[in-house]
Design a protein around this ligand. Sequence first.
Ligand SMILES: *Cc1c(COP(=O)(O)O)cnc(C)c1O
Length: 367
Amino acid sequence: MAFEKIVKPYIAALTPYKPGKPIEEVERELGIAQAIKLASNENPLGPSPKALAALRGAIDTISRYPDGGSFRLRTKLATILGVAGEQLVFGAGCDEILELLAKVFLGPGDEVVYGWPSFAMYPVVVQGMGATPVPVPLTQDLVYDLDALLAAVTPRTRLVFVCNPNNPTGTSVGAEAFDRFAKALPPNVVLGIDEAYFEYVQRKDFPNALDWVQRRPGTVVLRTFSKIYGLAGLRVGYGVMDAELAGYLERARHPFNVNLLAQVAACAALDDDEHVTRSRDINSRGVAYLARELAQMRLRTWPTDANFLLVDTGAKPGVCDALLRRGIIVRPMDAFGFRGAIRITIGLPEENERFIKELREIWETPK
Ligand SMILES: *Cc1c(COP(=O)(O)O)cnc(C)c1O
């Protein structure tokens, strides 16, 4: 069977997404114990105890299909966000919302504009529909260049993604620049604002993206339970949008895309503000600690509004592998065009300290 003759050429051209290595895999491959993973922006405190208790209570019911409409989660979240239930679309991670947007709006000839380096799934979902990715370089300070994004919009542009704060740089855009951009974007272009790290944001002038959902019908805000809520393994995220637009995504969605346990855990996690606050606090203290230590080592970092830091370790090649051999999994950034840079997820205080200790030793070892 000559698959290559019948496979869609734009699928054949994709490179499979490379996630952060799981801890078990690193321990097995290197024959080490006590590896720590600071590579996938997961919550180091884990899920809320309330979510865990709810999961235990629901485990016996998994012979049933989940509620295809996520009714409880929808009702609860709509109240919290101050939107109508019909404005929410749930997915198996917010990755699925990105994919639904692609499915609804894209085909060969269509273009999608986004900043780059940014979230690796944007080109994947765009190319997966045979559409054309239009990556636009970040500014010198590694911030989304909103003017350049506007300039890249053509009559073929269907979607624009703004990742705020941006993964993998941690940088964010403020309300003034964002509002100017949203106002100037042609109304027939769908604007996807990826706020996967929204709950970590520290800057005071962060844009109110939900406001724009009400003001501008073609606006979608993407959020997830994978990051601060600590439920990455269950896969649940959502989009907030105009109810009519939500109706199109609902047509394209699989009926039971969000599993039963994910719905139960997400509902319970929304009841635990204390866990969110604790997670945010431990993160901001971790950011401050790591930024200070890295500055002492004269390593460049960028201001972050998320739960990770981009670090320029380019002066010493092989830092990522050296860390891995010492049981610390971070994310290499070479594939994003940041040669020698790494992205480190903020961990527990003892994990951050171990990272700094190992990095210092690597740094002080002569080449
Ligand atoms: C992690 C992440 C997501 C999606 O995560 P899901 O686990 O699919 O919900 C989306 N956008 C960005 C920028 C992310 O970092």
